[in-house]
Design a protein around this ligand. Structure first.
Ligand code: PGA
Length: 255
């Protein structure tokens, strides 16, 4: 049985005090929801204070990006070791905004994935097709290219610390959510690819989150799909009053 994993990607939002308040509200809100893994991913400058805020709670802390070099002359970049040093257990890599706004390629994402997994920082690798790719019927080949590229040279041992987030780009921040059937089809395809690459046992054990306009109102239907193992939540993670009910929806499905 895969444990549900609900993560909040705060993107470039919140002030320090808002971040601390939100983290504290999430920590209190998910008390007793032990059947589900919960993570928040604040902006870099607030990682330290958010990690301190949630210390002692079940909330994990993740970063939204990292660099693949350990240290040195890489102005503006943040290393895996630095993230671990401030309390991160996870890093989100390959988010569509990194791919399409910041121009990250599968090759760059792969270097980051390997750097994180080699140092024991768990990875949430995001994949997902553009609207024109879905309309052209190339969704699966896009996912395959992103999986093969992002996970090149990743060992089975490393892949055990991997989470995939399927996030159709047309559903991110648009209010247009994938239907449960659309999500399930993409997740099932992703799982069969993972099984082919890493073997059935690991393919079966790897959690695949859905992301793209997840809200309390649609979470249960998405999470009820057999291959949907959690959610990567953007907008609705910025308010504990909408994020906690998404976690609650996952908890209900474990009963
Ligand atoms: P959204 O973002 O929930 O605001 O659509 C999801 C994401 O980008 O991870």
């Amino acid at each position: 049985m895969r444990r549900y994993f609900v993560a909040g990607n705060w993107k470039m939002n919140t002030s320090r005090s808002e971040a601390e308040k939100l983290a504290a509200a999430v920590a209190v809100g998910i008390e007793g929801m032990d059947a589900v893994d919960v993570l928040v991913a604040p902006p870099f400058p607030y990682l330290t204070s958010v990690a301190a805020t949630v210390e002692g709670s079940a909330v994990k802390v993740g970063a939204q990006n990292c660099y693949f070099e350990e240290r040195g002359a890489f102005t503006g970049e943040v290393s895996v070791g630095m993230l671990q040093d401030v309390g991160c257990s996870h890093v989100i890599l390959g988010h569509s905004e990194r791919r399409h706004v910041l121009g990250e390629t599968d090759e760059v994402i792969n270097r980051k994935v390997k750097a994180a997994l080699e140092k024991g920082l768990d990875v949430i690798l995001c994949i997902g097709e553009l609207l024109e790719e879905r309309k052209a019927g190339t969704t699966e080949s896009v996912l395959e290219t992103q999986l093969a590229g992002g996970l090149a040279d990743v060992s089975n041992e490393q892949a055990a610390s991997l989470v995939i987030a399927y996030e159709p780009v047309w559903a991110i921040g648009t209010g247009e959510v994938a239907t449960p059937d659309q999500a399930e089809a993409a997740h099932a395809f992703t799982r069969s690819w993972l099984s082919g690459r890493f073997g059935a046992e690991l393919g079966d054990a790897t959690r695949i989150q859905y992301g793209g306009s997840v809200k309390p109102a649609n979470a249960a239907d998405l999470l009820a799909q057999p291959n949907v193992d959690g959610a990567l939540v953007g907008g609705a993670s910025l308010d504990a009053a909408s994020f906690v009910p998404i976690v609650q929806a996952a908890v209900e499905l474990t009963k």
